[in-house]
Design a binder for this molecule. Sequence first.
Ligand code: T3D
Length: 260
Amino acid sequence: DSDTILSAFADGVLSLTLNRPDRLNAFNEEMHLALRAGFERANADADVRAVLLTGAGRGFCAGQDLGDRDPKKGVPDLGHTIETFYNPLLRLIRSLEKPVICAVNGVAAGAGANIAFACDITLAARSARFIQAFAKIGLVPDSGGTWSLPRLIGEARAKALTLTAEPLAAETAADWGLIWRAVDDDKLLEEASALATRLAAGPTKGLGMTKRAIQAAATNSLDQQLDLERDLQCEAGRSADYAEGVAAFLEKRKPEFKGK
Ligand code: T3D
């Protein structure tokens, strides 16, 4: 167990809080391993039906802890750390067939920004900023940023953000479609938790397959996507939650989804 990630479970929601506030929740290896364990638990535990990711203190995440990259210690093999820590985390978030809600409570820099963009629904405090900080230290955007940014906001904005490392306000990030919504700072956790709880009470299987389909569209042709929709709908149509959803509609009552 590590105190670098605080985890709490309630109402089907696993809350994971990055907890190195005096480093603006920058990643060291311990926090990487603890966060990965949290997502692995979310994947393995059927009672977990949504994940809420946020940060403790005034920042969301400042990316890699640069204290661990002091050049005096020699030239690091960053390819190895990306392969060992950041890429598996990104793959876990994207492949988890449950909604991942991200509440960006403050500055999100470097990998911290791109992890927020990889989550399924990202809300940010109005005061939060997103910074592609890599250019400031001679690195290349990672954690899927070079994949997600051009897809979400187009090449022109993606290049400007990554080449200049200028901070982007939460409101602009929402206007551009990088995140779902900017909300008042004092309402962020309340709104994000309410959303996570609502989704956790939803038809988890159908929501998970919806996530898979939307993501597959990034590389599929229309024909491939139509085939995928057919296959997923076939599976969804056999789920208990679909039967419950239709029954509840016909009986004019609220459905009680079990996530199956
Ligand atoms: O290495 C690999 O494995 C490759 C992978 C790379 C992935 C990456 O994420 S690379 C990008 C790394 N991140 C950065 O370059 C961001 C560095 N941080 C900043 O530019 C600024 O801190 C912020 C813009 C994020 C926030 O600025 P501000 O003025 O609000 O806060 P601050 O005063 O700079 O930071 C507060 C404290 O957090 C401060 O410590 P102190 O002086 O109070 O003891 C600062 O040093 C510390 N901190 C912030 N970011 C990091 C950090 N300490 C270590 N690593 C950090 N990334």
